[in-house]
Design a protein around this ligand. Structure first.
Ligand code: ATP
Ligand code: MG
Length: 262
């Protein structure tokens, strides 16, 4: 499947609308509702991501996490509510416009061009952003080095291990150097060594590149370890928000999620 992220942050466009956002707030999800016919997948959900934050979004299967991702990244317009990114109302903007503004996402399932090399997969993501061939090459190599893919640049993506393919998916998204990187279950299927290495990469992305991260993930140990704050949802509705230590102790969360799965 072709990954739909190959866009770039462009900061020169005038904002469509500027709200009274706190300067520390990067993304504001405000009373978001998304319906599919008679099914309400996300209902009246509100939360914020602050600059420099790694925010976890957790909940049981079917809670509405990916639907929230799809609304935030422009794949689905909200049925109600709004999404504000860097002070601009981006609700209903198409994906490429959202990408242009510096918000990119990965998918729950791997999505890359398996019959192209790792180098070309990452290169495609740089095309609309970087004109110079040398600069594109430098971006690909820097991104590959960060994701531990340097030794596999000439390999067909389809020949890589599952863990390496997960890294290619993240590399394609991160090659655009987003302000906010949204990751939908990036640790699925990784072994413990790979999980540890990937969490280290997430910290580097945040600390060295000033990119905030929205992380949907079922690996509770990893979520508790890496997230600054965690938003919990269940059956499409907001359940709780707080630091990992608070979330671990929250009775509603334990009953809805952690108690069943941890
Ligand atoms: N395109 C769609 N059309 C109809 N229903 C959908 C669509 N996308 C999601 N849903 C439904 O919305 C609900 C929330 O799904 P969603 O994929 O957002 O959950 P999730 O929290 O990401 O779950 P998981 O942890 O299993 O990935 C589910 O009942 C799902 O079947
Ligand atoms: Mg999902």
């Amino acid at each position: 499947m072709v990954k739909r992220v190959a866009c770039q942050p462009v900061t020169t466009r005038p904002p469509r609308e500027t709200g009274n956002m706190n300067n520390d707030v990067l993304l504001k999800v405000d009373h978001l509702t998304r319906r599919f016919g008679g099914l309400t997948a996300v209902s009246d959900l509100s939360f914020e991501i602050r600059k420099g934050e790694i925010l976890g979004l957790i909940g049981p299967n079917g809670a509405g996490k990916s639907t929230t991702f799809n609304c935030v990244s422009g794949f689905y317009p909200p049925s109600e509510g709004s999404i504000t990114f860097r002070g601009e109302n981006i609700s209903g903007l198409p994906t490429h416009e959202v990408c242009h503004r510096g918000l990119v996402r990965t998918f729950q399932h791997d999505s890359m061009l398996s019959q192209m090399t790792v180098y070309d997969n990452i290169l495609i993501a740089t095309f609309s952003q970087i004109r110079s061939k040398a600069a594109r090459d430098a971006r690909v190599r820097e991104t590959a080095a960060l994701l531990n893919l340097t030794d596999f640049l000439d390999e067909y993506a389809g020949n890589l291990s599952h863990g390496q393919q997960r890294m290619v998916s993240i590399a394609i998204a991160f090659a655009t150097r987003p302000t906010l990187l949204c990751l939908d279950e990036p640790l699925t299927g990784l072994n413990q060594t790979e999980v540890v290495a990937t969490l280290k990469i997430f910290r580097r992305i945040r600390d060295e590149f000033d990119t905030s991260i929205l992380l949907v993930e079922h690996n509770m140990k990893a979520v508790m370890e890496i997230c600054d704050r965690i938003v919990v949802m269940d059956h499409g509705v907001f359940l709780a928000v707080g630091a990992p230590a608070e979330i671990k102790q929250n009775p509603a969360v334990i009953s809805a999620y952690l108690g069943k799965r941890a």
